[in-house]
Design a binder for this molecule. Structure first.
Ligand code: PLP
Length: 450
């Protein structure tokens, strides 16, 4: 049955044939890639039999934890019954339709429709076109410009990388494409200067208003942001930020797009990040926690405001993917959401394990090299600091973060570093004991910077 070559050869085969995403291949081939073979709960195991606590849920996605047989069973049953059929030409499949209904049941009053994609990046491309189409149908074809944020992340397609505010991504492929503009991020620790977090939150939110004025309200289609900037370093906005953003979008008639790819499906202790921050998006891309990564699937939650135009006035929307609403991925996602509901994982994050994590994470602020350790629900960002008192940062942020991350890995803890910030985003099922393990191991890694 299994004709896989011996695992001892895999690293060599990998170096010869596999180009990895977001990797320096020369460096990776010299180092040798780590081969992850299996996983259970919050632990992953490599081909050398080493065990790691995965405090990152894969890539912010394995919300229900590893090893869920019932998701595998749901996919298996669906694959036998109907492995594939499209949702293009007047057809659907039971899992695709039931999944749309299920997602809508958690989206609140106004987000009632879902357009399916295979990933978060495709979800970005989808809402980007929807936003422009929306205004065009309403007789405002010049309302095409989209405003996003420095250091935001919305995927890796051409539109996704353009909307993202990652300089290194822009430099590869002559991005951003036309019609995309970036404003500042609510990163108080590094950019807040003498302002209080509340003052700074308002100041950066108002950059949106200034940018709309500069471009002209009649030309701006949408503004996009993650509830909490994830890949940019788990940048948690001051509490003044989101209400002001929502106010500006409403006042200026600009669509508000909240990218829920990381924050959706329970991570902040609410079904969606916009609910945590009390704002109502017009469009909300989703992926990751939708299936907990068991199979690739994403989508866009569409508000009645936009859907009414799409459904009643547009005619054909010339957009979609062969695998939009793929029945096997949809069946896996349905079972994933059933688990989140049945085990009360959203409430668990809000009322129990989230507060426990917050306290444990915050306790790291007594360490000499930690400037700030903040979290919401089960997402945490820890700021490394060369001098706590003055908020002075290390001269080489990337090196310092990588050093801490490498010590974590050596000690059996998977964490991510973005510059001089350490990021955590564990499964929503993580136990108190496992959180203690994360914090202890991270603390031991931080000790190496002393
Ligand atoms: N949006 C956000 C906020 C993300 O964090 C990501 C991926 O990390 C994406 C979009 C892109 O999703 P994908 O990698 O599934 O294309």
């Amino acid at each position: 049955m299994n004709d896989r070559p011996a695992l001892s050869n895999l690293a060599t085969i990998d170096a010869a044939h596999h180009l990895h995403p977001f990797s320096d291949m020369k460096e990776l081939n010299a180092r040798g890639t780590r081969i992850i073979e299996r996983a259970e709960g919050v632990y992953i195991y490599d081909s050398n039999g080493r065990k790691y606590l995965d405090a990152f849920a894969g890539l912010w996605c394995v919300n229900v934890g590893y090893g869920r047989r019932s998701i595998a069973d749901a996919a298996y049953r669906q694959m036998q019954e109907l492995p594939y059929y499209n949702t293009f030409f007047g057809t659907t499949t039971p899992p695709a339709t039931l999944l749309a209904q299920k997602i809508a049941s958690h989206g609140g009053e106004k987000l009632k429709r879902v357009f399916f994609t295979n990933s978060g990046s495709e979800a970005t491309d989808t809402w980007f076109r929807m936003a422009r189409v929306y205004w065009k149908v309403l007789g405002k074809p010049e309302k095409t410009e989209v405003i996003a944020r420095k250091n935001g992340y919305h995927g890796s397609t051409v539109a996704g990388a353009s909307l993202g505010g990652m300089k290194l991504m822009h430099e590869q492929g002559n991005l951003p494409i036309e019609g995309i503009h970036h404003i500042g991020q609510p990163y108080w620790y590094a950019e807040g200067g003498d302002l209080s977090p509340a003052e700074f939150g308002l100041k950066v939110a108002r950059e949106l208003e200034e940018k709309i004025d500069e471009l002209g309200e009649d030309r701006v289609a949408a503004f996009v942001a993650e509830p909490i900037q994830g890949a940019g370093g788990v940048i948690i906005p001051p509490e003044t930020y989101w209400p002001e953003i929502a106010r500006i979008c409403k006042a200026r008639n600009v669509l508000l797009v909240v990218d829920e790819v990381i924050c959706g499906f329970g991570r902040l202790g609410a079904w969606f990040g916009h609910q945590y921050y009390g704002v109502e998006p017009d469009l909300a891309p989703i992926a990751k926690g939708l299936s907990s990564g068991y199979l690739p699937i994403g989508g866009v939650l569409v508000s009645d405001r936009v859907a009414d135009v799409m459904v009643n006035e547009l005619g054909d929307f010339y957009h979609g993917f062969t695998y939009s609403g793929h029945p096997v991925a949809a069946a896996a996602a349905l079972e994933n959401i059933r688990i989140i509901e049945e085990e009360g994982l959203v409430e668990r994050v809000r009322d129990d394990i989230g507060p426990y994590f917050a306290e444990a994470w915050k306790s790291l602020e007594d360490h000499d090299v930690v400037g700030q350790a903040e979290s919401v629900g089960l997402i945490g960002g820890l700021q490394l600091a060369a001098d706590k008192a003055t908020r002075r940062r290390y001269a080489k942020p990337d090196d310092i973060g990588a050093t801490v991350r490498n010590h974590c890995v050596e000690n059996g803890l998977i964490m991510r570093a973005t510059g001089d910030r350490m990021l955590a985003s564990p499964a929503l099922t993580i136990s108190r004991l496992e959180i203690d393990e994360v914090v202890e191991k991270l603390r031991a890694a931080l000790d190496h910077l002393r």
